[in-house]
Ligand binder design. Structure first.
Ligand code: C2E
Ligand code: MG
Ligand code: MG
Ligand code: MG
Length: 291
């Protein structure tokens, strides 16, 4: 069906958008209004440091709560936002909300943690990205070291531009991570030239960690490579105790996943944060920590 819409041929016309009963054009109109109607909310997923057992960061994940459709997955509307250019104002809203809310957590007296924000390719190559990030940081009063920006390998294909943009961002004092690492085609030769701080191992490798020896090898290799390059490494999508223990054995720095906590709205996160360590204790995975 998407093919018959001529100019409005989208790369993604996912079944879940189709199942809303709305056409793409109607969805586009709704997405246009979503910002001013306050239909977006950020959920946050804790990231746990495997060396200390403490929550070291939270990843901001956008949710669209539409009055008729209910929650629309970012996997469905982010591609639409990218196609229409709406990702620019939406992305800026995510950045400023994440910085403001992280500052609020610190002002409540919580130990400072890093908030990580996903950037889309279009946002990354926007001419004024560095100024936007700088402005958002100043407006929120958040110390730049507590903001991390997640990019993906597919965004780094233009190597010289990537290095320029990343240098600009690093000058602000923010952290950079490569999300979904291992699924793209980034050249290892260039990886070492990028001023980045962290690799996030894609969850597809973690999912099969105990079942597929190739995935186990890939995970081990990414961790070893990150260490040798002086980068931190995060494993996403950790759902079982066995995955957690294996990652800990291989000296992965941090994990996030449903095992510890699913993404939550800010107030639920505040209630849940103290329980994350208890969850680890109950699982019996903290003994191996050198206290
Ligand atoms: P991502 O950045 O790789 O985020 C991780 C996704 O894995 C999230 O899905 C999260 O809810 C999910 N997840 C976390 N733990 C587990 C687990 O243990 N098991 C499984 N199966 N899944 C887990 P979500 O929130 O639906 O987001 C999907 C993608 O949408 C994100 O992938 C990211 O690429 C994009 N996205 C989300 N928020 C934003 C945003 O604010 N801006 C941009 N540009 N993209 C975003
Ligand atoms: Mg991410
Ligand atoms: Mg991503
Ligand atoms: Mg990811």
């Amino acid at each position: 069906q998407a093919k018959q819409e001529g100019k409005h041929t989208y790369r993604f016309y996912s079944e879940s958008i189709e199942s809303t009963g709305y056409t793409l054009i109607e969805m586009e109109t709704k997405l246009h209004k979503a910002l001013e109607r306050n239909e977006f909310i950020l959920h946050y997923q804790p990231q746990v440091n495997l060396e200390t057992g403490e929550v070291c960061g939270i990843e901001a994940l956008i949710r669209w709560n539409h009055p008729q459709m209910g929650f629309v997955s970012p996997a469905d509307f982010i591609p639409l936002a990218e196609e229409t250019g709406l990702i620019i104002p939406i992305g800026k809203w995510v950045l400023s909300t994440a910085c403001r809310q992280n500052k609020e957590l610190q002002d409540k007296g919580l130990p400072p943690i890093v908030v990580s924000v996903n950037l889309s390719a279009i946002q990354f190559y926007q001419h004024d990205l560095v100024e936007v990030v700088d402005g958002v940081l100043k407006e929120s009063g958040l110390d730049p070291r507590y903001l991390e920006l997640e990019i993906t390998e597919s965004m780094t294909m233009d190597v010289s531009r990537t290095i320029k943009i990343l240098n600009g961002l690093k000058k602000l004092g923010v952290k950079i991570s490569i999300d979904d690492f291992g699924t793209g085609y980034s050249s290892l030769a260039y990886l070492k030239k990028f001023p980045i701080d962290k690799l996030k191992i894609d969850q597809s490798f973690v999912a099969e960690l105990l079942k597929d020896s190739n995935d186990a090898t890939i995970v081990q290799t990414i961790i070893a490579m990150a260490k040798n390059m002086g980068l931190r490494v995060n494993a996403e999508g950790v759902e079982t105790k066995e995955q957690f223990l294996l990652l800990q054995q291989h000296f992965c720095n941090e994990v996030q996943g449903y095992l510890l906590c699913k993404p939550l709205p800010l107030d639920s996160l505040l209630e849940k944060l103290p329980e994350v360590r208890l969850t680890l204790e109950k699982l019996g995975v903290l003994q191996s920590l050198n206290e």
